[in-house]
Design a protein around this ligand. Structure first.
Ligand SMILES: [Cu+2]
Length: 184
């Protein structure tokens, strides 16, 4: 009886660990909708927005640029602060058009770790109308918070039902043991 019980408990613990691993791996990369409900458009101060939302941009995160307008925007990368400030877009790279009503997703590469991402719209007049965003790229969240693959990790009881079942079985076993002890 007790072997069966521990078997059952161990499989529910494994399930819990698996669920936790999935949760941790999901938490490691964040999807950031640039501008929130505003989307990626002109006349909105993205740099103030990023600061006010206290958003941290990390390697592996995805930035979603949603075009809410009936015209095409782009998202492009400029390499330095001066070009970004003055909207000098001649050296812009990775220029990706975002047709009306569509989205473009940019995944932050590891090469940007510790550097500043400068993203702009290259449609004439849009960068100078504040359609640009910049922020320092932080390292991805450490994997060390998750147990290494295959590691045996003692987990807490999955939930109250498991705890109740555990207490129930333990009590039953003790009662039966006490009966045998008394009858013997
Ligand atoms: Cu634009």
């Amino acid at each position: 009886m007790s072997i069966e019980m521990w078997g059952a408990r161990s499989s529910s613990t494994s399930l819990l660990v698996a669920v936790l691993l999935v949760a941790v791996s999901l938490a490691e990369s964040t999807e950031i909708i640039v501008g929130g409900t505003k989307g990626w458009t002109t006349g909105f101060d993205y740099d103030s927005w990023l600061t006010s939302q206290n958003i941290q941009v990390r390697v592996g995160d995805t930035l979603v640029f949603k075009n809410p307008d009936p015209l095409t925007h782009t998202v492009a990368i400029v390499g330095d602060a001066d070009s970004y400030q003055r909207c000098v877009l001649g050296g812009a790279t990775q220029i990706t058009p975002i047709p009306a009503g569509t989205n473009v997703t940019v995944t932050i590469p590891a090469t940007l770790e510790g550097k500043t991402l400068y993203a702009v719209c290259t449609i004439p007049g849009h960068c100078t109308d504040m359609q640009k965003i910049h922020g320092t790229v932080l390292a991805a969240l450490a994997n060390s918070t998750a147990p290494p693959p295959g590691a045996m990790t003692p987990g807490p009881l999955a939930n109250d039902a498991d705890l109740n079942r555990y207490i129930c079985w333990t009590t039953a076993i003790l009662l039966i043991a006490a009966c045998f002890w008394n009858s013997g």
